[in-house]
Ligand binder design. Structure first.
Ligand SMILES: Nc1ncnc2c1ncn2[C@@H]1O[C@H](COP(=O)(O)OP(=O)(O)O)[C@@H](O)[C@H]1O
Ligand SMILES: [Mg+2]
Length: 214
């Protein structure tokens, strides 16, 4: 398949309240206006089975082993890839995913202390080399995110974690961005919405231009 026919896989990452949903809506609007076909989806979830797994993962009443949590994340991801992401990319569409495997490294690895090698094993197995083409990491202090999420009502199983959990999540995301600078674009989530959107759109323009030339 030529580059032209293959779609483009974008993921948005970052802690709670960093502005992923907000900026995904901006990217959606911009890319649609540019005549692109896109699929918006999220993890965990994105398929009927995946959304059921999401409910299990987020439900505060479900205590679970961190191993179970990681395996459920990848079970949902296997469905998501097979039923949504790969077909959309093969059809030449853009896929915009609200969190993907970087979140498994950040939350189950950084947050819960699961060995990175174990996550990598599952990534290789389930994804067979497929990764997002580009990942926007919305990075800001945990305090900023918590202040924004605090306005959202009841907290899910992850949102009720302690401050240091989210600090480890953030540090892990930043570490990954440093390790793969070509894939990651780090956006300063503490900036006003319009400023974050401007940086996002500037990058999307470059991507579109590069795809048109290919
Ligand atoms: N740059 C920003 N500055 C101030 N508030 C923001 C910013 N980005 C998002 N918000 C607000 O913070 C809250 C969480 O944003 P959201 O996009 O839902 O974050 P996420 O999807 O990462 O959890 C929302 O009320 C949103 O309007
Ligand atoms: Mg969101």
């Amino acid at each position: 398949m030529t580059k032209d026919e293959q779609g483009y896989f974008l993921s948005f990452e970052g802690g709670e309240g960093m502005g992923k949903s907000t900026q995904i809506a901006v990217a959606d609007k911009f890319l649609c206006a540019a005549g692109q076909q896109l699929v918006l989806t999220r993890e965990p979830g994105g398929t009927p089975l995946g959304e059921r797994i999401r409910d299990l993962l987020l439900d505060r009443d479900n205590g679970m082993q961190r191993e179970s949590e990681l395996l459920l994340m990848f079970a949902a991801r296997a469905e998501h890839l097979a039923r949504v992401i790969v077909p959309a990319l093969e059809a030449g569409k853009w896929v915009i995913c609200d969190r993907f495997t970087d979140a498994s490294y950040a939350y189950q690895g950084g947050g819960r202390g699961m060995p990175e090698a174990r996550i990598k094993l599952l990534e290789d197995w389930v994804q067979n080399g497929l990764k997002p083409d580009l990942t926007f990491l919305l990075d800001g202090s945990v305090g900023v995110g918590m202040e924004r999420v605090g306005r959202r009502g009841e907290r899910d199983r992850f949102e009720q974690e302690e401050l240091d959990f989210f600090q480890r999540v953030r540090a892990n995301y930043l570490q990954r961005a440093r390790e793969e600078p070509a894939r990651f674009v780090v956006l300063d989530a503490a900036e006003p919405k319009a400023k974050v959107s401007a940086a996002l759109i500037a990058k999307l323009r470059i991507l579109l231009a590069a795809r048109e030339q290919a």
